[in-house]
Design a protein around this ligand. Structure first.
Ligand SMILES: Cc1cc2nc3c(=O)[nH]c(=O)nc-3n(C[C@H](O)[C@H](O)[C@H](O)COP(=O)(O)OP(=O)(O)OC[C@H]3O[C@@H](n4cnc5c(N)ncnc54)[C@H](O)[C@@H]3O)c2cc1C
Length: 474
């Protein structure tokens, strides 16, 4: 998935555009609304209740929460992860599982490269298979302008990649490109090929890291929503969960799409907006390349031989937060309106629902988190059918394929498309990580960085790029 600024801002842009009656009705008909869902992740058995005390409490057992826990445990700290639903049940098991940084903002390249290096060593580190494989990835182009843009991106990325994890990429064409895209029908002019890119199985990766963390003494408590936290002298002192309180001096909020709501109850602004995506799995296909991106689709071969596929197409739901954050996102609206990616906004049932969700609660009350153990947006069959059609046209082997699964997923994005991995300046001991669009790729690098920040150690990568203040100031 590659986000452009235009996609990211659809939620707030939609607010402006919603005024135009001609497009309001089609928007209302578009699919994409949040529903209770089931986990796609391999089950991990957590514990029933949290301990009374821990050095660090982490909200969320997605890839961010469990990798932070692992690195903190390796520093000798006692860690408890509280998860309202199940391990990796929301974003972290719903990806299509490509491992790549290609085309992302330059500020994210160092994090992604560092993270890939950590994935490379993780099987040996935790003694089990995370499913990560660096088998190379090709992104194909037809237009000279796209190739030039990719060359410019690579030149900058090579300069900012960490010395210990350099980018190993090159441009391929002719026979080599044909070999990388066996059976392709289009005249692809060139491909960007990075051989340290690859894939992982979203259903297995975060659960494996979670078990690695547990083997180091981390407690993971599932079905345990965190309601809030208490402070003493401006510093975190207790974390309050639905199953009791935990005395602690550090709280890491890694709640995925819920972190804005959680922090809002403590009057802390975390300006991110959700974007919905759709994915599918296609079985019965032999021959097409294992991983790639071209035109409007991306694909990856899963361990069972099926192909995971997603259209490069996103839906920005118009929500209450689209209004609250309009002025945060306004400065980049012109870029959004001039892009060439299909504009897909939905003005559906999630808008009234978003006005119905409590924004503030007392810590002895049930919270929205307990009422939504696992949620995901419905998938968009129109874009998935179109994507499957494109695959059949490009790789005729897909004509033999059949769709065996479809699902939706949601990511949370900041206005500059750069994640936040940061202390919260107003409250000592409070940290937040979120706004990831390629969070599986970046998950281990982000966890390592967050663990360094919490422990007060020198970070291995430039932490400044991910500070919360950059999107809350002004
Ligand atoms: C369809 C789709 C395709 C994607 N494709 C890719 C890809 O190919 N490559 C890639 O690198 N990335 C991809 N991503 C992005 C990646 O999946 C995410 O960036 C990453 O999983 C985010 O992890 P997380 O831990 O921040 O969030 P999550 O996995 O959502 O974890 C947050 C957890 O916090 C819990 N939680 C929230 N609030 C509370 C609370 N108050 N108390 C207790 N628990 C709470 C939630 O239940 C949830 O389990 C994709 C994402 C989607 C949706």
């Amino acid at each position: 998935m590659k986000l452009t600024r235009r996609n990211v801002l659809l939620g707030s842009g939609g607010l402006l555009l919603a005024g135009a009656g001609a497009i309001t009705i089609p928007m209302a008909l578009r699919p994409g609304s949040l529903q209770a869902s089931k986990s796609r992740a391999r089950p991990v058995s957590g514990q029933g209740t949290p301990p009374a005390e821990a050095d660090v409490v982490i909200i969320g057992a997605g890839i961010m929460g469990v990798s932070t826990a692992l690195f903190l445990a390796e520093k000798g700290l006692s860690v408890v992860v509280c998860e309202k639903g199940q391990v990796a049940a929301e974003q972290s098991s719903r990806a299509y599982g490509q491992v790549t940084n290609f085309g992302l903002p330059q500020e994210v390249v160092e994090l992604g490269q560092q993270s890939k290096m950590l994935w490379q060593g993780m099987n040996a580190r935790i003694g089990q298979d995370t499913s990560y494989r660096a088998y190379g990835r090709v992104q194909a182009f037809k237009e000279d302008s796209e190739i030039e843009e990719a060359r410019a991106w690579l030149a900058k990325a090579e300069a900012v990649a960490p010395v210990q994890a350099p980018i190993r990429a090159r441009f391929v064409e002719g026979a080599e490109l044909e070999q990388l895209l066996p059976g392709a029908q289009s005249e692809w002019k060139a491909g960007y090929y990075q051989d340290d890119d690859g894939g992982m199985e979203p259903a297995f990766a975060a659960p494996a890291v979670a078990e690695g963390a547990m083997a180091r003494g981390v407690t993971i408590v599932t079905e345990c929503a965190v309601r809030g936290f208490e402070t003493e002298g401006g510093a975190v002192s207790h974390v309050i969960t639905e199953k009791g309180g935990v005395r602690t001096k550090a709280l890491v909020v890694a709640g995925g799409s819920w972190s804005r709501l959680f922090l809002g109850n403590a009057d802390i602004n975390f300006p991110v907006l959700p974007v919905y995506l759709s994915q599918q799995r296609i079985a019965g296909v032999e021959g097409p390349p294992a991983v790639g991106a071209a035109g409007r689709v991306v694909w990856r071969k899963e361990v069972d031989g099926s192909y995971s596929n997603g259209p490069r197409f996103m839906t920005a739901p118009i929500l209450r937060d689209s209004f609250s954050l309009l002025f945060d996102f306004l400065p980049v609206l012109p870029e959004m309106l001039s892009g060439d990616t299909p504009l897909d906004m939905t003005l559906g049932s999630d808008l009234p629902r978003s006005f119905g969700i409590e924004r503030s609660w007392k810590l002895d009350q049930q919270t929205p988190f307990e009422r939504a153990r696992i949620v995901a947006p419905t998938h968009n069959d129109g874009t998935l059918d179109a994507s499957f059609g494109w695959l059949k046209d490009e790789f005729p082997a897909f004509k033999e394929g059949r769709v065996i699964e479809r699902w939706g997923g949601m990511v949370d994005v900041a206005k500059d498309e750069i994640p936040v991995i940061s202390p919260v300046p107003s409250t000592q001991g409070l940290f937040v990580m979120g706004g990831f669009t390629f969070g599986l790729t970046q998950g281990l690098g982000a966890g390592e960085l967050m663990a360094d920040l919490v422990a007060g150690d020198v970070p291995k990568i430039n932490a400044k790029n991910f500070e919360l203040a950059r999107i809350t100031a002004g």
